[in-house]
Write a protein that binds this ligand. Structure first.
Ligand code: SAM
Length: 318
């Protein structure tokens, strides 16, 4: 059974990429329903390694009775596995032709529900081996993910992400952290290295700090280009992000602290103090608050762990 979503799910929170509608229009006008040529502009490198698909699905853990959201299902390599394991799978695909193919492939399927409730959700457990997939043809950056969760439920998110918008998608997942329990995402290896990096290492920066504020980050596995068709030019790494926001523990509020981090990390070559002064913070207050937080005057933001950054922000706010 195909399900239609209310318009709310498509409502853009904020238009980050005004060019997307143009892109969609161009894809639509260029592609007939039979055109299955891959579209490099949409980051279409399809996973062809069956063991990797299974490992990605496994990394999500037990999803029986849960809603899984797949970002960029493509030809359905991961979709087919997960649809048999989960209560409900919502697949968000921008490519019109691929979305239509997925609808065809999973058409007429419906969950079979047992009387036994799921331990986790206390709802009836879906035990069907007949998959149920809801396909949303949309730009994932414009979908309100929170609307997809059923009441009292947190989503499991999965995706071999289109690499041209990886950071935007990760930020989107963090934006909806309250509606998501876990995300397993494939990203370019270098991006994974940045997301998972520790302070003081070459790869640590604003993306690492932001990700680690919202989630526990684990690297699951790295795949060579040959695992995909067509092969990309880069290696890819699967990350598992378990949402556990740290704002309360660090004694900071999300919006203000993230704004402060952006200022502190603004220019990689500059010291933290210099970046903060450039953002309008008073030089004397910055020096005093850094000393009180135990941060060296010439330190760069990339060297400092989140606990001391939070201490500095609390000191600066007074
Ligand atoms: N999951 C499939 C796999 O592993 O074989 C495909 C992964 S491919 C790297 C990325 C997929 O994301 C493509 O199917 C592409 O059409 C889709 N995509 C690209 N941009 C998107 C967007 N803004 N919103 C939703 N899907 C998008």
């Amino acid at each position: 059974m195909l399900m239609r979503h209310s318009g709310r799910a498509y409502a853009p929170l904020r238009s980050r990429r005004p060019k997307v509608s143009l892109l969609v229009r161009r894809i639509r006008s260029n592609s007939g329903e039979t055109d299955l040529k891959h579209k490099p502009k949409l980051g279409q490198n399809f996973l062809v390694d069956a063991a990797a698909c299974a490992a990605i699905a496994d990394a999500l853990g037990d999803v029986s009775g849960r809603t899984v959201v797949e970002i960029g299902p493509g030809k359905g390599a991961i979709t087919g596995i997960l649809a048999r394991r989960t209560g409900r799978l919502v697949a968000i695909e921008l490519d019109r032709v691929l979305a239509a193919r997925l609808r065809e492939r999973f058409a007429g399927t419906a969950p079979v529900v047992s009387d036994r409730p799921s331990i986790e959700t206390d709802r009836p457990l879906v035990v069907s081996d007949r998959p149920t997939v809801e396909v949303i043809e949309a730009d994932v950056l414009e979908v309100d993910l929170a609307v997809l969760a059923r009441e009292g439920e947190k989503l499991a998110v999965v995706g071999n992400l289109p690499y041209y918008i990886t950071s935007d998608i990760l930020l989107r997942l963090f934006h909806f952290h309250g509606a998501i329990s876990r995300a397993v995402v494939m990203v370019q290896r270098e991006v994974a290295d940045r997301v998972a990096a520790s302070p003081g290492t070459r790869d640590y920066g604003l993306l690492s700090a932001t990700a680690q504020l919202y989630a526990r980050v684990e690297k699951v596995m790295t795949l060579p280009p040959s695992a995909f068709s067509p092969p990309p030019e880069v290696h890819s790494t699967v990350l598992r992000l378990t949402m556990r926001p740290r704002f309360a523990e660090l004694g900071v509020e999300a919006e203000g602290f993230i704004g402060f981090l952006k200022a502190g990390f603004a220019q990689k070559r500059k010291t933290l103090a210099k970046n903060l002064r450039a953002a309008g913070f008073d030089a004397g207050r910055v020096a005093a608050a850094m000393e009180a937080a135990g941060i060296a005057a010439m330190a760069r933001a990339e060297e400092i762990e989140l606990e001391r950054m939070a201490g500095l922000w609390r000191g600066l706010k007074g």
